[in-house]
Write a protein that binds this ligand. Structure first.
Ligand SMILES: C[S@@+](CC[C@H](N)C(=O)[O-])C[C@H]1O[C@@H](n2cnc3c(N)ncnc32)[C@H](O)[C@@H]1O
Length: 224
């Protein structure tokens, strides 16, 4: 796939081992491994996002950034004839991996774009989903990504976010997660210290927040 969007520095510097290097894709593209990384919660979190988005997805759906595992395949099964489903990612290697793992019949448009600069018109989509993307981003890119997700959303439609959250003080995995995130995912601790709503643009309104697994994960539903 032709590289159109410039690859942000933080992906090369912080996440080369997870997304950029071809060996990373070979290693991580395993359902059991992404499930292990989420302490056995992948299916629960995937299904929470899918349930929020709806049984069928008429109109236009946008997933910002690829996800290892079967999240996108499951989403694509809900897209009826005549509807459209776009997936954006800044890394061609991730889009190529997604194309390989999607069923041949899945009508999914893959777009090489930066989440912080989608380059599509305002009010284009009936729903937008960000699945474990925000915790990987430096603050300014995270803000711009949220602005873009809200900008392209039609009024009254929903942006669904699933990501990390500050775990309860008694959570047995809290010390281990703190160590893992500090060493491997340095921007993620921002989601422990702040509410995502603090980074939303003024047009956005938080409708619902739900936490999972002792508050280690959250799902947010946002509208405009
Ligand atoms: C959604 S996140 C992580 C999801 C989850 N940890 C998983 O199991 O895959 C990973 C994806 O985000 C993409 N990504 C990171 N920053 C991006 C940006 N600024 N624009 C578009 N895609 C981005 C990476 O290329 C990668 O494919």
């Amino acid at each position: 796939m032709q590289q159109v969007a410039a690859i942000p520095a933080y992906l090369h510097e912080t996440y080369w081992w997870a997304y950029v290097h071809p060996g990373a894709v070979r290693l991580f593209e395993r359902q059991w491994l992404v499930n292990l990384i989420l302490w056995g919660n992948f299916a629960k979190l995937r299904d929470a996002a899918l349930a929020e988005l709806g049984e069928t997805l008429p109109g236009r759906t946008l997933q910002v950034a690829c996800v290892y595992g079967d999240f996108t395949s499951r989403l694509s099964e809900r897209v009826p004839k005549g509807a459209s489903f776009d997936v954006v990612d800044v890394l061609p290697i991730q889009l190529a991996n997604l194309r390989r793992k999607l069923p041949a019949v899945a009508a999914v448009n893959l777009l090489n774009r930066d989440a912080a600069d989608l380059g599509v018109p305002d009010l284009s989509y009936d729903r937008v989903v960000l699945f474990f993307l925000l915790h990987e981003m430096p603050l300014e890119i995270r803000r711009r990504t949220l602005c873009e997700a809200v900008r392209v959303l039609k009024p009254g439609c929903e942006l669904v976010i699933v990501d990390y959250h500050r775990p309860s003080p008694w959570h047995p995995l809290r010390p281990a997660m703190k160590w893992i995130l500090r060493h491997f995912e340095p921007f993620a601790m921002d989601l422990w210290r702040h509410e995502v709503s603090e980074w939303l643009p003024p047009a956005a309104r938080l409708l619902r927040k739900e936490t999972f697994y002792g508050c280690l994960y959250q799902k947010l539903v946002i509208t405009r």
